[in-house]
Design a protein around this ligand. Structure first.
Ligand code: ADE
Length: 236
C-alpha cells in the first residue's frame, strides 16, 4: 500500500503546483504515495461558512474554531481504515530535521493540518492530540508551506522516488555532514578550474578528498553539526 497523505487546509489550491511537479508528482505516478486534500471550510455549518472567530479575552487576529476542524479530521480519517499520524503545522512545534523526515516516511498514513490566521483553539490540540511540527524559527502566514516542505522532504526518501544512484548518495545528510562541492563541464571557466583530483580517475583518492571537504565545510559552516558528528565518532 502506498503512503497516504491527507492535507486539511483552507487553501487546497496551493498544493497542486508543488505536488503536481517533479519528484512529488513522479512518486505519486509510481504509486509510492497518494495525496488527498480536504477543504476545511466544507465542514462549516453556519451561513457564512465560518472557520475562525475572534479570540476569547480579546487580542489581535482570528482563531481557528474546533468544530470544523474536528469534523474535517474525522471525515478524512474515515476514507481509509489505516490509523493516521496527525501532524499540525505550528511554529510552537518540534523542529523538523532529517531524522524526523525518515521517521515520518516509514508511516502508512499521515494527516497534515495546516491552519491560517493567528492560531488554533487550544482544544484542537488537546482533543485531536496532533504532533505539532515547526519547519524553523520564523513565522509563516499559514501552515501550507510548512506542510509542503515536510511532504517534499518525506516523498524524496521513499524507495524508488529518486533514481537508483541518487537514492544511495542521498543518505549522506543522515550521517550528519554537509555535502562536498561538485563540478561539471567545462574544466576551466572564467579562470576558475576544477580541482585536479576530480580529473585523476583515482576513485579512492576522490572519495577521500570528498570526505575531507565535507568535514571542512561542516566544521566551518555548521559547528553544531560538526560537534555532534565528532561526539558520535568518539563514542564508536
Ligand atoms: N506555521 C507558521 N509558521 C510555521 C513554521 N515556522 N513551521 C510550521 N508551521 C508554521
Amino acid at each position: 500500500m502506498p503512503l497516504r497523505i491527507d492535507i486539511l487546509t483552507l487553501f487546497p489550491e496551493m498544493f497542486a503546483p508543488v505536488l503536481g511537479t517533479s519528484i512529488p508528482k513522479r512518486a505519486a505516478e509510481k504509486g509510492l504515495v497518494s495525496y488527498h486534500t480536504t477543504q476545511i471550510r466544507d465542514f462549516a455549518t453556519d451561513q457564512h461558512k465560518s472557520v475562525d472567530d475572534k479570540p476569547f479575552g480579546g487580542g489581535p487576529g482570528m482563531v481557528m474554531m474546533c468544530q470544523t476542524l474536528f469534523d474535517a479530521v474525522e471525515h478524512a480519517e474515515a476514507q481509509d481504515p489505516r490509523p493516521a499520524r496527525r501532524l499540525l503545522m505550528s511554529p510552537q512545534g518540534r523542529r523538523l530535521d532529517q531524522a524526523m523526515v525518515l521517521e515520518l516516511a516509514a508511516e502508512q498514513r499521515l494527516l497534515f493540518i495546516a491552519g491560517h490566521y493567528e492560531g488554533f483553539d487550544e482544544r484542537i490540540i488537546d482533543g485531536l492530540k496532533p504532533e505539532e511540527i515547526s519547519i524553523g524559527d520564523y513565522v509563516l502566514s499559514g501552515g501550507e508551506l510548512a506542510a509542503m516542505v515536510i511532504i517534499d522532504a518525506i516523498v524524496r526518501t521513499l524507495p524508488g522516488a529518486l533514481g537508483a544512484e541518487t537514492g544511495a548518495h542521498d543518505e549522506s545528510f543522515a550521517d550528519g555532514l554537509l555535502e562536498y562541492p561538485q563540478y561539471t563541464r567545462p574544466r576551466e571557466f572564467r579562470g576558475m578550474s576544477v580541482p585536479e583530483i576530480l580529473l585523476s580517475g583515482n576513485h579512492s583518492k576522490i572519495a577521500a578528498w570528498r570526505l575531507e571537504q565535507r568535514k571542512l565545510r561542516t566544521e566551518a559552516r555548521r559547528p553544531d553539526l560538526w560537534s555532534a558528528y565528532r561526539d558520535r565518532k568518539t563514542e564508536q
